[in-house]
Design a protein around this ligand. Structure first.
Ligand code: ADP
Ligand code: F6P
Length: 475
């Protein structure tokens, strides 16, 4: 296998390049059985689409199938540059170093991070491949925006290859405190990798502060008011840029007559006076064990009546070959089965558990249908589900229960906030949210909606890019 990310010589031509572990498209099979691509539904793609189109943008990322090499292609006006991952790299770089070392470590070690030298070697060589792909397509003086924990070495690698570029980096997950980060055998390399960026962006100010303290203590860099000075005297910045959602798009989707009808259908099918909802990737950081235990106890004690209340938990399959994720799935299915076995009746289960991904419109219908949204991660960089729920409550009612350990808690202060480790406290807050008066719910929801609509994904992209010195036209 060659280390060259592209076959054929391509002159650098893109003035704005995004580098992310995943490409901005996903594979689909049409009705005739032909393979094609569909734009990924995430907010990042939506936010960057206009600027990508205006600036001849390119998106560098992995296309999702190990061992497959693809040529660059255009999709919906954006150039896609697929980066190949071998089966072994998928196991070592993606499942291993990214998702069994960095993911748990950066999420407060809520699962035990594993350290393997072969995983690190794969991380370095895959990061190098992404950096080379970006260096190859970006024109002189262009901008590269690198995304997330899988690619923390790319900023420095790119800077060494292409000192003419503007480089941004944004970390979508939490950045841990020094006491945890310093477990990492490759801590110095990661810090050096990140400081290759002109701006290192984090979800919350605490992440930026952790990072600045680490580069001061471990790299000996001078830092002042968010700025850092590298060995060669050049400067970069670290700051918080809390990510958000395309709030108007969610609102429009929630108001669509088909969504309204679907939400009514969901309520009819559930046949309950009150509906609680959880929506998460099936990930141990999301606090699912604690949340389901809390609901089990509420049903068991009669504080929630299983004949009148239902808890619908949607869990998207994720990283299914990684051990901790397998264990989590087994635990959750056991817990749900036990609670429903104890408390259910013929044709009626207090917990409705769905292990599947759904189209965006179905998500909007679920948000519209739910009286109380329960978002209780043990640690989360931001948590977009909480913001999506708020955006979809177009009639201004509904209640959000939110973990204080989600980045979103800093902005969504009027949610019923909980410590998910405190099961009794969480049970009480769930009941408080459910039984609040309509006036109280509306008062809180009004403030939440104001926050989400005035800080949407476009504000996020614009504020990061304008700090990086990229001209962005306001929409
Ligand atoms: P994370 O990035 O850790 O998965 P977030 O809450 O920030 O967590 O973002 C999750 C995104 O995935 C949201 O946009 C949400 O709508 C979407 N999502 C979550 N569960 C599902 C599902 N079952 N089907 C479709 N989309 C989902
Ligand atoms: O929030 C972190 C993140 O990596 C997102 O960027 C991504 O959409 C999500 O988790 C799912 O992860 P994966 O790409 O591993 O399926």
């Amino acid at each position: 296998m060659t280390n060259n990310p592209r076959s054929g010589d391509v002159a650098p031509h893109a003035s704005f390049v995004v580098v992310a572990n995943r490409l901005a498209v996903e594979r689909i099979t049409d009705d005739e059985g032909d393979l094609g691509w569909r734009t990924s539904p995430g907010g990042l793609v939506t936010a960057l689409e206009p600027i990508m189109k205006a600036k001849e943008g390119a998106w560098v990322g992995w296309h999702g199938s190990p061992d497959e090499e693809l040529e660059p292609f255009e999709h919906d006006g954006i150039e896609m540059i697929p980066v190949r991952l071998s089966e072994e790299e998928f196991a070592e770089f993606y499942e291993g170093m990214s998702n069994a070392t960095l993911w748990p470590l950066y999420h407060d070690s809520v699962a035990f991070p594993e350290y393997h030298r072969e995983w690190w070697d794969a991380y370095v060589s895959v990061n190098q491949r992404f950096a080379e792909a970006a260096a190859e397509v970006t024109e002189e003086g262009g901008t590269v925006w690198v995304q997330d924990y899988q690619l923390q070495l790319v900023p420095r690698m790119l800077r060494e290859m292409r000192p003419d570029l503007k480089i941004g980096f944004f970390l979508h997950i939490p950045f841990p405190p020094q006491e945890l980060f310093q477990q990492l055998p490759w801590r110095t390399e990661i810090l050096k990798g990140l400081t290759g960026a002109d701006i290192v962006g984090f979800q919350v100010p605490g992440g930026a502060a952790n990072f600045l303290r680490l580069i001061r203590d471990r790299l000996g860099y001078e830092t002042k008011r968010g700025e850092f000075v590298r060995d060669d005297g050049s400067r970069g910045r670290a700051a918080a840029y809390p990510i958000s959602i395309d709030a108007n798009a969610f609102q429009d989707l929630a108001n669509h007559p088909d969504t309204v009808a679907r939400a009514e259908q969901i309520r009819e099918d559930l046949d309950a006076e009150i509906m609680f909802l959880g929506v998460d990737r099936l990930d141990y950081t999301k606090g699912l064990r604690q949340r389901i235990r809390a609901f089990g106890e509420l049903f068991q004690s009669g504080q929630l009546d299983p004949e009148k209340a239902v808890f619908l938990q949607v869990a998207t399959p994720s990283r299914e070959r990684v051990d901790e994720y397998r264990r989590l799935r087994d635990d959750i299915e056991l817990l749900v089965g036990r609670i429903n076995g104890d408390m259910g009746q013929i044709g009626r289960s207090p917990i409705n558990y769905l292990h599947s991904g759904y189209p965006r419109q179905e998500m909007a219908a679920l948000y519209r249908a739910a009286d109380v949204m329960v978002v209780t991660p043990l640690r989360d960089g931001m948590n977009l589900v909480a913001k999506e729920y708020v955006a979809c409550r177009t009639s201004g009612d509904g209640a959000l229960v939110l973990s204080e350990f989600a980045g979103a808690a800093r902005e969504l202060k009027q949610a019923w906030q909980v410590n998910p480790y405190d099961i009794n406290g969480m049970k009480q807050r769930i009941l408080d949210a459910a039984s609040a008066t309509p006036t109280e719910k509306r008062r809180r929801m009004r403030a939440l909606r104001r926050q989400v609509f005035t800080h949407d994904i476009n504000n996020w992209a614009e504020s990061f890019l304008s700090d990086l010195g990229v001209e962005v036209e306001s929409k």
